[in-house]
Design a protein around this ligand. Structure first.
Ligand code: PEP
Ligand code: MN
Length: 315
């Protein structure tokens, strides 16, 4: 996409390619059931505050950590490492939705306590999943962001309970969810009094089985045009292979994402879950370094966007 010869990331196209009126007429008809998640005049971007971090704002925010919380050592080593490499938020599942019922299901409360300890030691904010309505109050006592997993995206009673905690919600796209289904789930959270929703594209199921899922970069670009909610990408679950995580991360920044959530482990081959898609510390460092020019391009466009907004509010 270009404008006057300048390369533009989708995040910075205020109101979409057709301007705010185009968004109004086209997407508001198409997504009539989810009016509150769409951009509108005076509501271009929601910024979700998490401790001292702003998601959806000027900073590109990386969340990183193991798929599952396993041991104090594993979590603490990962937390310190990803913080040094530039991550702001620690991920780690204590309640694990697994494709197989016989796989490790998570440490539960013990895992939540380890996450809280890691926050205390490193200052990183914590994102972790609540799988059931009953677990929501407990998870909300420990987490800074409640993750709703792909398998739960349409569990509206879970969404309602999570929304009512007032904690920011990281809503992962269901693996067979259309964009419309995804926005509908976000609308449920908004309808329950919680405006702090972060949308996460994590790959969908298609006919192609070469990778774990099909990474829908177009969904990121589209969501950035039509919705005011922050959008992040999960390249780990999208591809299922660690060597594909860095290129998908770069695609996510170029598509306009506001951040990433990535799986990292001190000894990925020995991870208790999702070993194949998990980065080592060195691989995470290399990925972060490779993102720098993309993030710099994104940052370079912020003054232009702010100027455009200032002009709009004057004119
Ligand atoms: C996870 O983040 O560990 C996870 C299970 O993700 P998803 O819900 O996207 O499969
Ligand atoms: Mn995982």
């Amino acid at each position: 996409m270009s404008s006057g010869g300048t390369l533009i990331l989708p995040r910075f196209v205020a109101g979409g390619e057709n301007g705010a009126d185009g968004v109004q007429s086209k997407w508001h008809d198409r997504f009539a059931e989810t009016p509150d998640v769409l951009k509108g005049p005076g509501h271009e971007q929601t910024i979700v505050p998490v401790l001292d971090i702003e998601i959806g704002g000027d900073e590109f925010v990386t969340m990183a950590g193991p798929c599952s919380v396993e041991t104090e050592f594993q979590l603490m080593a990962t937390a310190h490492h990803v913080r040094r490499a530039g991550a702001r938020i620690l991920r780690g599942g204590a309640f694990k939705p697994r494709s197989s019922p016989y796989s490790f299901q998570g440490l539960g409360l013990e895992g939540l306590k380890m996450l809280a300890h890691a926050r205390q030691e490193t200052g990183l904010a914590i994102v972790t999943e609540a799988m059931s309505e009953c677990d929501v109050p407990l998870v909300a006592d420990y987490a800074d962001i409640l993750q709703i997993g792909s398998r739960s995206m349409e569990n509206y009673s879970l969404l309602e309970a999570a929304a009512r905690t007032g904690k920011p919600i990281l809503l992962k796209r269901g693996m067979v969810a259309t964009i419309e289904d995804f926005l509908r789930a976000a609308q449920v959270v908004l309808d329950n009094g919680n405006a702090n929703v972060i949308l996460c594209e994590r790959g969908i199921r298609t006919f192609d089985t070469a990778l774990r899922n099909t990474f829908d970069a177009a969904a990121i670009a589209l969501l950035k045009q039509i919705s005011h909610l922050p959008v992040i990408a999960d390249p780990s679950h999208a591809c299922g292979h660690r060597e594909m995580v860095p290129p998908l991360s770069r695609i996510a920044v170029a598509a306009g994402a506001d951040g990433l959530i990535v799986e990292v482990h001190p000894n990925p081959d020995k991870a208790w879950s999702d070993a194949e898609q998990t980065l080592s510390f060195a691989e995470f460092d290399d990925m972060m370094a490779s993102l720098d020019p993309y993030i710099a391009l994104r940052a370079a466009q912020i003054p232009a966007l702010n100027r455009a907004r200032a002009m709009e509010s004057v004119g």
